[in-house]
Design a protein around this ligand. Structure first.
Ligand code: GLP
Length: 239
């Protein structure tokens, strides 16, 4: 994995945008996109750029079960606000958190990913090493599925809601196998709360207990983190 350490998240977002822009100019058409506070600086650079997105397809990692697309806490809403409203894509896919048949929906989503192989996949990382909502213990062979969120993730994400009881208890999420099928992966992490997860991901043993460790097996991963998130890393990663 290639590691790029930037001074802060502003520079990290600019660096991540550079990678996406270059990839798109070189022919990437299908982008796997992510939500959370981490990619905000990337999307900021994106909307301020003159990059034309009208022939791009995006496939988002996850969505809360039970939130309508117009709910400000939904990942649909997040994507519209931070990117799609300002940069229209040819087609955007975000899992349907309101589906009445989650199982069939997950199969359809897997088919969408199969029909539109992801050129560049964006990821954040949870404090426990989760990627998307794939919590510790998720099989590396998993495809799109419904996830019961852990107490820790519910607590961490409650900062976006009025109170913790409003945080949905489950989500629909691409599986690890879907993520690993992307041709290129860009993972971003900012802040000291991510430092341990970043160290485990890069230096730890590959284990389903730390989902992000599977990325050690992917041939093309770039990790962009700020100095705070990189603080526990071996010196060889620091540039
Ligand atoms: C959530 C999301 C992940 C995200 C992670 C970190 O649980 N499902 O996709 O990477 O949390 O979020 P943040 O970027 O806000 O720290």
């Amino acid at each position: 994995m290639k590691v790029i350490v930037t001074e802060n998240k502003i520079q990290g977002g600019a660096k991540a945008f550079e990678i996406f822009e270059k990839g798109i100019k070189n022919g990437a058409k299908v982008l796997g996109l992510a939500t959370g506070s981490t990619p905000e600086t990337l999307y900021q650079n994106w909307v301020e750029s003159d990059l034309n997105c009208s022939d791009l397809i995006s496939i988002n990692l996850d969505e809360y079960v039970g939130l309508k697309p117009d709910n400000p806490q939904s990942y649909h809403y997040f994507m519209q606000k931070h990117l799609f409203d300002k940069k229209p894509f040819k087609k955007t896919y975000v899992p349907d958190g309101m589906t009445e048949d989650v199982k069939s929906f997950c199969k359809e989503y897997d088919q969408i990913i199969k029909d539109n192989p992801i050129d560049i996949q964006l990821l954040g990382i949870g404090r426990n090493g989760h990627i998307a909502f794939n919590e510790p213990g998720t099989p590396f062979t998993s495809t799109t599925h419904e996830v019961k969120l852990t107490e820790n993730t519910i607590k961490a994400n409650s900062r976006f809601f009025d109170n913790i009881d409003e945080v949905p208890k489950s989500a629909i999420c691409m599986g690890i196998a879907n993520i690993m099928s992307a041709k290129k992966i860009v993972l971003m992490a900012f802040g000291e709360k991510k430092a341990h997860a970043i160290k485990e991901m890069l230096e730890g043993e590959i284990s389903e207990e730390v989902p992000a460790t599977i990325l050690q097996k992917h041939p093309d991963v770039t990790v962009i983190c700020d100095e705070a998130a990189a603080q526990e890393l071996d010196d060889k990663y620091k540039n």
